[in-house]
Design a protein around this ligand. Structure first.
Ligand code: SF4
Length: 333
């Protein structure tokens, strides 16, 4: 069997922290205010940027969290560093929780632009509105458009604004029931994850469980994950330097220092198993070698099964599976 490796990186995000002002139900990286208050220090950011500069196909980097603007001056330093090092910075991803006042928001966006930020992505979803008053999202979008121009602001996803306009009180956070009612959906509607294109990984399989039909592991026996795991078109590097490819958090054979390791079944058995045999194959491996018992209730999707099997492997044999990191990703918060 020929070893695998991580292909050249193309475009991705630098997660400065798992700390967030929000605990969104759909968060793939399970960010939250309860996460440890750990941020990538500037020396490490410099190391990441230096490593990324060696990537011959890299054409874009965005800055993300958690919520990167929680440490605003530090964020300015990271942007300045990106400019100094000629990193192709695309945008900052923010949930706009800090945009409570139009003038102050404009001033902060101005500072970000002057530091070297070219554009902003503002998250707008049903899930954010449980933690962030919709009013702040609206203020953030308008203030960012004033500073960066309409072409410099991407709202993700804009159709949700029409729904959130119907909330009883946009100045405060809303309950999940109020948000679903504004959309015209019950809280278990399958349209909730479908309309937002949510991968049932991260927090979604638990927090939106009612919206998914649960299926047995056999239902996913035909999914093989090599192509997904080898996708570097939207990679992420977390504050610990772990490299996640293909929107698969919590599994990182590559790290800053060695972004393209030699991947063999001996070195990274969980990754190998997923690449060759998908989540069902990983489950068989975990059942045979480490006593994994599938949940009779079923799984919300292949990534739900994958994540639960990986959590079991990390619990029972962490030394055999160094690619399952960081450990805190697997804590249910
Ligand atoms: S099943 Fe696992 S490896 Fe495959 S796409 Fe989902 S999270 Fe990634």
């Amino acid at each position: 069997m020929n070893p695998l490796t991580v292909p050249p990186l193309m475009s991705g995000g630098l997660m400065l922290s798992y700390q967030c002002s929000s605990t969104c139900r759909h968060c793939l990286y399970r960010c939250s205010p309860k996460r440890e208050n750990i941020w990538m220090d500037l020396e490490d950011v410099k190391r990441v940027f230096a490593a990324l500069k060696r990537e011959r196909l890299l054409h874009g980097i965005h800055l993300a969290g958690g919520e990167a603007a929680l440490r605003f001056d530090y964020l300015l330093d990271v942007i300045r560093l990106a400019r100094e090092m000629n990193i192709p910075l695309d945008y900052l991803e923010t949930n706009a929780s800090w945009c409570s006042d139009p003038d102050r928001s404009r001033e902060k966006f101005r500072q970000l632009r002057e530091a070297g930020l070219p554009a902003v992505l503002i998250s707008c979803s049903l899930f954010h509105a449980e933690y962030i008053p919709y009013e702040r999202t609206r203020i953030g979008i308008e203030a960012a458009q004033d500073v960066f121009g309409p072409g410099g602001v991407l709202v993700w996803q804009p159709w949700v604004m029409d729904i959130l306009e119907r909330l009883p009180n946009p100045q405060t956070t809303a309950t999940w029931e109020e948000i679903c009612a504004a959309a015209g959906w019950t809280t278990d509607a399958p349209q909730i994850p479908q309309s937002y294109g949510i991968t049932p990984g991260g927090r979604a399989p638990q927090a939106l469980r009612a919206c998914y039909p649960l299926e047995p592991p056999e239902a996913f026996r035909h999914q093989i994950c090599r192509r997904i795991l080898e996708s570097t078109a939207h990679f992420h590097i977390d504050p610990f330097g772990n490299l996640f490819t293909g929107l698969c958090p919590g599994i990182a054979p590559g790290r800053v220092g060695n972004l393209h390791p030699r991947i063999t079944p001996e070195a990274f058995p969980a990754y190998w198993s997923l690449a060759e045999a998908g989540p069902f194959g990983l489950m068989q491996y975990a059942r045979d070698a480490y006593g994994f018992e599938p949940d009779a209730a079923g799984y919300a999707g292949p990534c739900d099964l994958c994540q639960q099997v990986r959590a079991h492997l990390l619990d029972t044999a962490p030394e055999v599976h160094p690619e399952l990191r960081p450990a805190e990703f697997y804590k249910d918060e």
